[in-house]
Design a protein around this ligand. Structure first.
Ligand SMILES: [Cu+2]
Length: 149
């Protein structure tokens, strides 16, 4: 009887400790997720690229009105990467074109242009570095940086 009484609080303590640990993990994971969301929201300021596994399948959207949903796209370097371009800017013609740099003298890859709603897919294979992308229909309004790392 006495043994049971002393044992019970110990078990509860252990369980409680585990519960707190699980809760803490949850909170940390949540905080990290929220933090990343915030960074994405302010993308365009440039700077450090988000860490994580190499991105071999990226997605970028043309959205209302006449803009890309991202100013910076980070992909894996030195391997095939599929870029899925989704045009959801109603009635507008767009494409997604990758250039060596912002002089747009050397075109590296690009989708066909299409009128929303539509989508196109290309595969790129780029050495590590910083590149430039735009929509050739709206080369001033729709631009961004492509980072292969
Ligand atoms: Cu465009």
């Amino acid at each position: 009887m006495r043994l049971d009484i002393t044992k019970l609080p110990m078990d509860l303590l252990v369980l409680g400790g585990l519960g707190v640990a699980v809760m803490a993990t949850f909170l940390i994971a949540f905080a990290l997720t929220t933090g990343e969301g915030g960074v994405e929201g302010t993308a365009g300021g440039g700077g450090e690229a988000p860490a994580g596994p190499p991105v071999t399948a990226a997605e970028i959207r043309a959205v209302r009105s006449i803009r890309f949903d991202q100013r910076q796209l980070v992909i894996a370097a030195g391997q095939d990467v599929t870029i899925h371009f989704i045009n959801e800017d109603p009635g507008q013609v767009h494409d997604f074109t990758v250039w060596r740099d912002r002089t747009t003298s050397e075109r590296l890859a690009g989708t066909n242009s299409c009128t929303a709603p539509c989508d196109e897919t290309i595969t790129v294979h780029l050495p590590a570095g910083q590149y430039y992308f735009n929509c050739t229909i709206h080369p001033q309004q729709m631009t961004g940086t492509l980072i292969a790392q």
